[in-house]
Design a protein around this ligand. Structure first.
Ligand SMILES: [Zn+2]
Length: 392
C-alpha cells in the first residue's frame, strides 16, 4: 500500500476538519465531532489495510490538534495525553477512538471469518493458498508471517502488533472441542493447561505422535473415549509420573463423536468476532475503583462542555496557575498564588474546593438548592488526582 494512497485519506480528514472551523466550537462540540465525523471517514480502508505507522501518527496529530485548539496553526497546550483521551469514558478518557487500535480491531475480522469457518470464495482462496494439509486455520495464520502477498502478511502479523500485548488476537480465540479432528494435541491451546508441548516438554519429545491431532490420540470404545498415548520408547519412572499428571489434565476433556471442533471468540456473547468487543478488550484497563468517579462526570443532563471541563478538572489538567507554571507558561514562581484570595498556591483542590472564596460560593449555591447531601462525595477531585498519580 503506497503512502500517496493514504495521503488522500489524510487530506480529506484535514479538509473536513477545516470546514468545521474548530476554534468556534466548544470543547464538547469538538469531542462529538471527533467521534462522529473523523472516525467514520476512513473505516472502509482501515478494515482492509493496515495503515502505516507514519500515517496513523499524522492522522492522530490532526485529531489531537483539533481537540485542543481547533485547526489554528498556533501551538496549543494538549492538557491530557492522547492515550488517556482514547480510553473509554468510564476509564477516565473521552471515548475517542484510537485509530491504531481501531484499525487492528477491524482487521481482526479477517481472523474472525476464518474462525467461523465461512465458506465464501475468500476463505476458499486463502485456504487453497496457505492452508497446509488438514491443519487448522490458526496454525496457518500464525505461520503465515513472512509469506504471501503483503496484504496477507499484514493480516497475519497484526497479532504481534497490539501494544505490549503479543498474541492479543490469537489468545482471544478458543476451541470448543467436537471430535478433535482438527485440533493439534500438542500444539493447540485447547485445555486449561494451555499448549501441552509447553506444559510437558519432556513428554512431547518422547511422543511418537508429535504432530497428531487429538482424534489420533485415542479411540472410541462404543461411545466412550479412551486415550492412547504413543511413546517412542519405554518410559522411565520419572517420566511415567509426568504421564500420570498429563492424564489428570486429560481426564476432564470431553469429546463428541461426529461433532466438528468449533472456534469461538471469547469476548462476545455468541462467540462471533466483533470489532466492538475486540476494541473494548484492547482498551480496557483494570482501574475499576475509578469507574464510579468517572462515570459521574458524563451526566447526560449537563452540556458536554461542562462535562468536558469536569473531566479535565478530575485529571488535574485545567489551566490553574500551578499547572501553567509546570508547563512553563508562567515563568515566575511568585505568580502562582490563588487569584481569588492571594493567600495560597492556586491548584485544583484549592481553587475549586478549599479556597475561602470558593467555600463561600459553594455555601450560597447549596443554600439555594437546599440539599443536605454530602456534596463532596469521597473527594472527587483528589481521587482524580490519585488516578493520574497511579496511572503514570
Ligand atoms: Zn484562594
Amino acid at each position: 500500500m503506497r503512502l500517496s494512497f493514504w495521503q488522500t485519506l489524510v487530506d480529506s480528514m484535514k479538509k473536513k476538519l477545516l470546514s468545521w472551523k474548530g476554534k468556534w466550537l466548544s470543547f464538547g462540540g469538538r469531542i462529538t465531532l471527533l467521534n462522529s465525523v473523523l472516525t467514520s471517514l476512513p473505516v472502509f480502508l482501515l478494515s482492509v489495510f493496515l495503515a502505516p505507522k507514519s500515517v496513523v501518527r499524522t492522522m492522530e496529530k490532526i485529531r489531537r490538534d483539533f481537540l485542543w485548539g481547533g485547526c489554528e496553526e498556533s501551538r496549543k497546550v494538549h492538557w491530557v495525553s492522547w492515550e488517556m483521551v482514547c480510553k473509554d469514558r468510564h476509564e477516565g478518557g473521552l471515548g475517542v477512538k484510537s485509530i491504531r487500535t481501531f484499525n487492528l480491531s477491524l482487521l481482526g475480522k479477517w481472523w474472525g471469518k476464518l474462525a467461523k469457518g465461512e465458506v465464501g470464495l475468500w476463505s476458499r482462496l486463502i485456504k487453497e493458498k496457505y492452508g497446509v494439509g488438514n491443519e487448522n486455520w490458526m496454525s496457518w495464520v500464525k505461520d503465515g508471517r513472512g509469506e504471501g502477498s503483503s496484504w496477507w502478511k499484514d493480516v497475519c502479523r497484526i497479532d504481534v502488533l497490539g501494544e505490549n500485548r503479543n498474541g492479543w488476537l490469537s489468545n482471544g480465540f478458543e476451541i470448543i472441542l467436537g471430535d478433535g479432528e482438527e485440533v493439534s494435541f500438542w500444539w493447540d491451546s485447547w485445555c486449561e493447561e494451555g499448549v501441552l508441548a509447553h506444559r510437558f516438554p519432556r513428554l512431547y519429545m518422547l511422543s511418537a505422535g508429535m504432530d497428531y491431532k487429538i482424534k489420533q490420540m485415542g479411540v472410541w470404545i462404543e461411545d466412550k473415549w479412551s486415550w492412547t498415548l504413543p511413546w517412542r520408547r519405554l518410559l522411565l519412572d520419572r517420566e511415567s509420573q509426568a504421564v500420570e499428571e498429563l492424564k489428570k489434565v486429560l481426564e476432564s476433556t470431553k469429546l463428541y463423536q461426529g461433532r466438528k471442533d468449533k472456534w469461538v471468540w471469547k469476548f462476545s456473547m455468541d462467540g462471533c468476532y466483533t470489532t466492538r468487543s475486540c476494541y473494548s478488550n484492547l482498551t480496557v484497563t483494570q482501574m475499576k475503583s475509578h469507574k464510579y468517579v468517572f462515570g459521574r462526570v458524563w451526566n447526560p443532563n449537563a452540556p458536554t462542555k461542562v462535562c468536558g471541563f469536569n473531566w479535565q478538572l478530575l485529571l488535574n489538567r485545567v489551566p490553574t496557575k500551578t499547572n501553567l507554571f509546570k508547563r512553563g507558561i508562567i515563568k515566575d514562581p511568585a505568580e502562582v498564588m490563588c487569584c481569588l484570595c492571594q493567600e495560597h498556591v492556586e491548584d485544583c483542590d484549592h481553587l475549586f474546593i478549599t479556597c475561602k472564596v470558593t467555600v463561600e460560593i459553594w455555601n450560597r449555591c447549596f443554600n439555594c438548592v437546599q440539599t443536605d447531601e454530602d456534596w463532596l462525595g469521597d473527594g472527587v477531585v483528589s481521587s482524580g488526582m490519585d488516578y493520574m498519580a497511579h496511572s503514570k
